[in-house]
Ligand binder design. Structure first.
Ligand code: C2E
Ligand code: MG
Ligand code: MG
Ligand code: MG
Length: 283
């Protein structure tokens, strides 16, 4: 069967797929110079404590302003960066930017402010991806490990070997927090939650977007929250877009919320304005 597959593969390679492949090759080339040409930036989206409304966390999200194509989604170019081996340096760059920014926000917004940085499985699994590098960078900035949350995905934990455990333990020993992103979209094995020390679980926006009081998704969210809390894990709901979604999640004890209802990802400067405005309005 494998042989057949191999032979048939070419007949499935349609012109539009050819175009898509070319497109990725070109994106890969463009990514090579994006860092030195300073085409990347980092946007920050507030993570709101639902019970109090306070903001002491933000997620760092990379943005790429391509000279010809304009804004390219990270969903598209992170995959290309993984394929072309650029993901490590891009990931390190996002981390350094975010670490610099959180240093400032711990002075201006809250002394315990935290920033979340996404990691891709390919990046995390690279041998050259060493937690000690990030940990010592935090030390040099005078930051405790707890200023940083590393977001990982289920894909990383799925068939991970001892290296992943070792890296996660290094982060834990340095008090860096770990969040399991996009929870519910992958295999969502409960075994991961037992085997790895996770601090936060992020319920994927797919479950939040269709939330109503009587929905199955409501039951799922509630069950995830109860289970997480029993394991000592805090829950962040992603993709909250309406007042109702916020109210429902708050009513079942969800710890944090993130989504367009509160704010879109924005530049650090706009984040400052947003924070000021909220404080002014007494929120
Ligand atoms: P993610 O880590 O799950 O990030 C959340 C995504 O949901 C972000 O998309 C954010 O803009 C979007 N979002 C936030 N609130 C809402 C909402 O209310 N409704 C909807 N529909 N969407 C909302 P973004 O910035 O396009 O990033 C997409 C994905 O790309 C991220 O998903 C993450 O997996 C990846 N990514 C982004 N930045 C980085 C990075 O620096 N490194 C790595 N490795 N991956 C990144
Ligand atoms: Mg994330
Ligand atoms: Mg993700
Ligand atoms: Mg997510």
């Amino acid at each position: 069967a494998a042989k057949n597959n191999g032979r048939n593969r070419y007949s499935y390679f349609t012109p539009s797929m050819h175009q898509a492949a070319l497109n990725r090759v070109q994106l890969g080339k463009d990514l090579r110079i994006a860092l030195e040409k300073e085409q990347f930036s980092v946007s920050y989206q507030p993570i709101v404590e639902l019970a109090s409304g306070s903001i002491k966390k933000a997620e760092a999200l990379i943005r790429w302003q391509h000279p010809q194509r304009g804004f390219v989604s990270p969903v598209e170019f992170i995959a290309v960066a993984e394929e072309t081996g650029r993901i490590l340096e891009i990931g390190d760059w996002v981390f350094r930017e975010a670490a610099r920014q959180v240093t400032q926000w711990r002075e201006t917004i809250d002394k315990d402010f935290q920033v979340s940085v996404n990691t891709s499985p390919v990046q995390f699994l690279e041998e050259a991806c060493k937690p000690e590098i990030w940990i010592s960078a935090l030390e040099r900035l005078g930051l405790p490990g707890s200023a940083l949350t590393v977001e990982i995905t289920e894909g990383l934990l799925m068939d991970s070997g001892p290296e992943v455990s070792r890296k996660l333990l290094m982060f834990r020993d340095a008090d860096v927090q770990v969040a399991l992103d996009d929870f519910g979209t992958g295999y969502s094995s409960l075994a991961y939650l037992r085997r790895f020390d996770i601090d936060y679980l992020k319920i994927d926006k797919a479950f939040v977007s269709s939330l109503t009081a009587e929905s199955d998704d409501m039951a799922l969210c509630e069950a995830i929250i109860v289970m997480a809390h029993k394991l000592g894990i805090k829950v962040i709901a992603e993709g909250i877009e309406t007042e109702e979604q916020k109210a429902l999640l708050t009513s079942v004890g969800c710890d944090y919320g993130q989504g367009y209802y509160f704010a879109r990802p924005m530049t650090a400067q706009l984040f400052d304005d947003y924070y000021q405005q909220r404080t002014f309005e007494g929120m």
